[in-house]
Write a protein that binds this ligand. Structure first.
Ligand code: ADP
Length: 308
């Protein structure tokens, strides 16, 4: 096989109290990546469609950077040509760069005869994240590659695992057309946390994890709270409080910032509930005259998939 097409899902990271550690994959929204073997020992970005402003320089594009990390580990100089169809804009807070890194490494791994397991590809895709944001995060690339609801326990060494979740858990995601600069979202974070907030947060992390695994909706609802990051970051997103209130009034289990924003996500029991929540969230942005995209999706348990 010389050519392959994959779908790499968009992801929600920073799930409520699980800042920097929890993420999940979405269905139907993500990147479509075509990778083809070449004979010139080079990595080339052949085409990018669906958005503008993404680097075509293979040393800057996250797809080629991630594949290069994999080739370095293998000691291979195999050439690949990469085409990227972007369905989520960069800077959405839905892991746009992560989808490109994830899709590229899964595709190239397959063309090389699968020398690595999916879990082992996470560290290569993280090198793509380093190219996009200086820090090699795993919280978007892990769910995009592996699928499901993932936890990054630590980095030294990398320790990523998936946890169970209720089958009828749905996400309502709304992406307003406003810019939140990742640098601003980072700068605004406090470098210290007070002990009572930390205690509340890790109680909620334990509750959310246990609620997911035991499919206890009430425990999920009680635990989907973030007392550390949301209070400072949400001020960067216009209408955040109104959108969150609308989600909760419509029976969302919880509602928080996706990634570093501006996307906002809510979790719900069943598609019908999630549709209603997404509509209610949209009404608030419409009132403020802010255009938006919205997505309703179950948790995508498959991660990056070969589609051709
Ligand atoms: P998101 O906020 O949706 O997670 P990121 O902030 O992670 O998006 O990624 C956007 C940054 O990554 C931009 O600076 C963009 O130019 C860079 N980038 C490099 N290659 C890609 C790619 N293939 N897809 C998306 N972004 C890329």
């Amino acid at each position: 096989m010389n050519k392959i097409k994959v779908f790499a899902p968009a992801t929600v990271a920073n799930v409520a109290c699980g800042f920097d550690i929890m993420g999940f994959a979405l269905e139907g929204v993500g990147d479509v990546i075509v990778v083809e073997k070449t004979t010139d020992n080079k990595l080339t970005i052949a085409e990018i469609t669906g958005t503008t402003g993404i680097p075509t320089d293979p040393e800057k594009n996250v797809s080629s950077v991630a594949i290069q990390a994999m080739l370095d580990k293998l000691g291979s100089d195999q050439g690949f040509s990469i085409s990227i169809e972007k369905k989520v804009k960069p800077g959405s807070g839905l892991g746009s760069s992560a989808s490109s890194s994830a899709g590229a490494v899964v595709a190239a791994n397959h063309l090389l005869g699968n020398p690595f397991k999916k879990e082992e590809l996470v560290e290569f895709a993280m090198e793509g994240e380093r190219a996009a944001s200086e820090k090699p995060h795993a919280d978007n690339v892990a769910p995009s590659i592996i699928g499901g609801f993932t936890v990054v326990r630590g980095y030294e060494p990398l320790d990523v695992f998936t946890i169970g979740y209720p089958e009828d858990l749905y996400a309502a995601v709304i992406f307003p057309e406003v810019e939140v600069k990742t640098a601003d979202a980072k700068k605004i974070l406090k470098s210290q946390v007070n002990l009572s907030d930390a205690i509340t947060q890790w109680g909620n992390v334990a509750g959310l994890t246990a609620g997911m695994i035991t499919k206890d909706y009430d425990l999920i609802k009680r635990s989907m709270k973030d007392v550390i990051v949301e209070p400072v970051r949400s001020i960067l997103i216009p209408c955040y409080d109104q959108v969150k209130a609308a989600a909760l009034e419509n029976d969302a289990l919880g509602c928080n910032i996706s990634g570093s924003g501006p996307s906002i996500f809510a979790l719900a029991r069943g598609r019908e509930a999630a549709d209603k929540i997404a509509d209610a969230m949209g009404v608030e942005f419409t009132k403020a005259d802010i255009a938006f995209d919205k997505y309703v999706s179950p948790i995508n348990g498959k991660g990056t998939e070969i589609i051709d």
